[in-house]
Every structure is written in C-alpha cells, then in structure tokens.
Design a protein around this ligand. Structure first.
Ligand code: DC
Length: 218
C-alpha cells in the first residue's frame, strides 16, 4: 500500500494547483480524479448522450475505457487509447462531468482505477469523494474549500488572463449550481470526511495552503 493523501473540496477551491505543488515537494504522484470524470464526459458528449438519461449513460459506460499515464510527472488521460488531456478543461466538459458523475455506473467504472493507483504508489489524489469513499483509510485527509466569491474571482481572473470573454455573475452562478449538484447527489456526495482536516483557502496564499497541508503529511 502506498502512502495516501486524499484531498476533497468544491470546484475552484484550488485542489489541483495545491495538490500538484504538494506532490512535487513530497515526492508523491498527483492523481486528478476530476480529469477521469471529464474523460468520461467527452465520451458521452461524443455520443450525443443526454446526461439526464441515466440508462443511456450507464449503457455508454460499457465501451469507455479511461486509463492514465505520466509524462514528465504530468498526468495524461486516455479515452479508448486517445490522449484527451488537452480537451478536458472546457466548461462544456466540466458541466457534463458534473451531471454524469452522479450516475453510479460512471463512478463504478472509475473506482478501481483510482484505488489501484493508490495501492501501488505514494499519491496525493484529489476529487469529491476520495476521503469518504475511494480511500477511507487514507493516511491524511484534507477538505480544501474557499468561499463562492473567492472561487468565482479566481476563475474570473484566470479566464481574463487567457483573454476568454467572461462574466463574474455567470461564473458565480455556475459555481453555486455545481456545488449544489456535487453536494446533494445521492451517490458519493461531496462532503468533508469526519477525520479530514479543514483548510479554507479564502484568505490564504498558495504557499500558505501548500505549507499547511505539508505539515499534516509524512
Ligand atoms: O474537479 P473537476 O472540476 O475536474 O471535476 C469535474 C466533475 O467531476 C465535478 O463537477 C464532479 C465530478 N467529480 C466527482 O464526482 N468525483 C471526483 N472524485 C472528482 C470529480
């Protein structure tokens, strides 16, 4: 069994930025489970599947094979052999992932991939249900959050910097909707594990958050 650090929290809390930095500092492998749900979402989008149609989504899981690999320490995600890493981070894919990740067949499909990685390697794995469902015996559990305003501002600045036209109110609305879906779903909802350390990054710098998490880790 590897040394396992589980990081859960809502969209935009900075989980992946922080987890990547902790991984580098501590020599762990960073596992981004949201990317796996996003790869499944690309599969469903490609097939034109309605995310509200649970049966169609479950059936479409049969011919989806998500695997991951590392190139210079960076996670690469493959969908049926095709590297889809560069296609994962669009709003369309994120929204499809948020909707379809509620469906048990989708979660079951990715469970073994996630657990297998944690068994073999020292990992810091981020997602929504890592500390509660995937790795209930993780060595360290972190629940990383930030206020909706902070998360929306960060996203707004990020998009502005990339020159993508965006509207703050729209982003905040989207974040609230995604939180509601992730937290209120029946299967593996987002919640803080009882034994997770709560880290609220609203008033913290990236470095402060990384240091706070590293303090909890071996
Ligand atoms: O972290 P992210 O934005 O890349 O995740 C995309 C969606 O996938 C998110 O809205 C919820 C879902 N997800 C999940 O249900 N469980 C995880 N462990 C990771 C992500």
């Amino acid at each position: 069994m590897g040394y396992n650090v589980a990081v859960d929290g809502p969209a935009g809390a900075g989980k992946s930025t922080i987890a990547k930095l902790v991984a580098k500092k501590k020599g762990y492998i960073y596992v981004d489970t949201g990317a796996m749900y996003r790869a499944m979402a690309i599969h469903f989008l490609g097939k034109g599947i309605d995310p509200e149609n649970m049966k169609a989504v479950a059936e479409a899981c049969v011919d989806a094979n998500v695997t991951i690999d590392y190139e210079d320490g960076v996670q690469q995600v493959y969908l049926n052999g095709e590297n889809v890493t560069d296609k994962l981070r669009t709003e369309e894919v994120g929204n499809m992932a948020s909707k379809t990740s509620q469906i048990p067949a989708v979660r079951e499909k990715l469970l073994e991939l996630q657990r297998g990685l944690a068994r073999e390697k020292d990992v810091i794995m981020d997602g929504r249900d890592i500390g509660t469902c995937i790795l209930p015996d993780a060595d360290v559990k972190i629940y990383l959050t930030a206020s909706v305003e902070t998360r929306a501002t960060r996203r707004f600045e990020e998009l502005k910097e990339k020159g993508v036209p965006c509207d703050y109110e729209e982003i905040a609305k989207d974040i609230k909707e995604r939180d509601a879906r992730d937290m209120n779903r029946e299967t593996a909802p987002l919640r803080k594990a009882e034994d997770a350390h709560l880290v609220d990054s609203s008033e913290m710098t990236i470095e402060e958050v990384v240091n706070a998490i590293c303090e909890y880790c071996r």
